[in-house]
Design a protein around this ligand. Structure first.
Ligand code: CAA
Length: 240
């Protein structure tokens, strides 16, 4: 029977590419989204992948959302924690709300999704959790104490949960993308982005499908001996 995968933030950007890559592996995919109904509908019409709406920062919504996916597609074997937001600004200008929303969604979302699905994976003796971290969680980034802290937290979360999942056949890994050609990166002021791209050795932004390829490997049967690992896909911008 084909595996069931949930991709959070799975209808746009990197998440959309991941949903498609997992569909290509023959998995039944559910793409979670939080807000953009129009884009989600267009995504489902184009791909045939069902979209499910909930806020990953809301604990109960994750429990209910994952139960709804299980009801529709079957028990959840794979979770890709991709959903994330930015609220950039230097510390002096960052509000508590900017801090808290990024922590609640980017890091809290990983906890909430794992709580909803890890137990079932463990019981069935097979599971894959892939968390999307960031180069900025590894190296830090001016104007991103919230995002860098949350993404760095994701890398720690990954290594801790990997230790808990290993003996039950559940692998937990992370990808640390660099600057990828998405709406999120397009929101960086052009003069700032130009300086960042100048520091990427391969000389360009990454593409969403280049991240999805790494996720597909972690989620494959062949990836079973890889756990607690972080794969940096950043064009050589940060060698960690
Ligand atoms: N290092 C050192 N100094 C820096 C700097 C840096 N990287 N970036 C800016 N500064 C300095 C500027 O030179 C400027 O100095 P002066 O006042 O002396 O001229 C000062 O900081 C203020 O800079 P800004 O005019 O840019 O300040 P701002 O308040 O308008 O904006 C900011 C600050 C919001 C942080 C803006 O610089 C910015 O958006 N930076 C990009 C942050 C970034 O890379 N975000 C990544 C988003 S994509 C993502 O997160 C995905 C992923 O995982 C990679």
């Amino acid at each position: 029977m084909s595996k069931v995968a949930i991709v959070t933030g799975g209808t746009r950007g990197i998440g959309e590419a991941i949903s498609l890559a997992l569909q290509d592996l023959g998995y039944k995919v559910a793409a979670n989204y939080a807000g953009n109904e129009e884009k989600a509908k267009a995504f489902t019409d184009k791909t045939g992948i069902a979209a499910f709406k909930w806020d990953v920062g809301d604990h109960q919504a994750c429990l209910d959302g994952c139960a709804a996916v299980a009801e529709a597609l079957g028990p959840v074997d794979i979770v890709v924690n991709n959903a994330g937001i930015t609220r950039d600004g230097v510390l002096a200008k960052m509000s508590f709300d900017d801090w808290n929303e990024v922590m609640r969604i980017n890091l809290g979302g990983c906890f909430n999704m794992a709580k909803a699905t890890f137990g079932g994976m463990r019981e069935r003796g097979w599971g894959r959790i892939v968390n999307i971290g960031s180069i900025n969680g590894q190296a830090g980034q001016y104007g991103q104490v919230n995002y860098a802290a949350a993404k760095s937290g994701i890398h720690g979360f990954t290594k801790a949960l990997a230790q808990e999942g290993a003996k039950y056949g559940v692998t937990v890994n992370a990808i640390a993308p660099g600057y990828i050609d998405t709406d999120m990166v397009a929101a960086v002021p052009p003069q700032v982005l130009e300086k960042i791209v100048a520091k990427i050795p391969v000389g360009r932004l990454g593409q969403a499908h280049e991240i999805a390829r790494g996720v597909a490997f972690f989620c494959s049967e062949e990836g079973g001996f890889v756990t607690g690992s972080t794969l940096s896909i950043n064009g050589g911008q940060h060698m960690y």
